[in-house]
Design a protein. Sequence first.
Length: 52
Amino acid sequence: QIFQCDDKSSLSKDIPTLELKKLQEQNANLRAAIAQMRKEMESLDEQMLSPL
């Protein structure tokens, strides 16, 4: 996940703090949603396997 592009670092300077906070919040929400989905998938797997 390491980006070796020079424009990546200069881009972050141009992004306003408010926008950055919004993106970070979105990112956290997505991570939480993915974690929740993963838990649900795991419990589904257990339900599928238990009859066998």
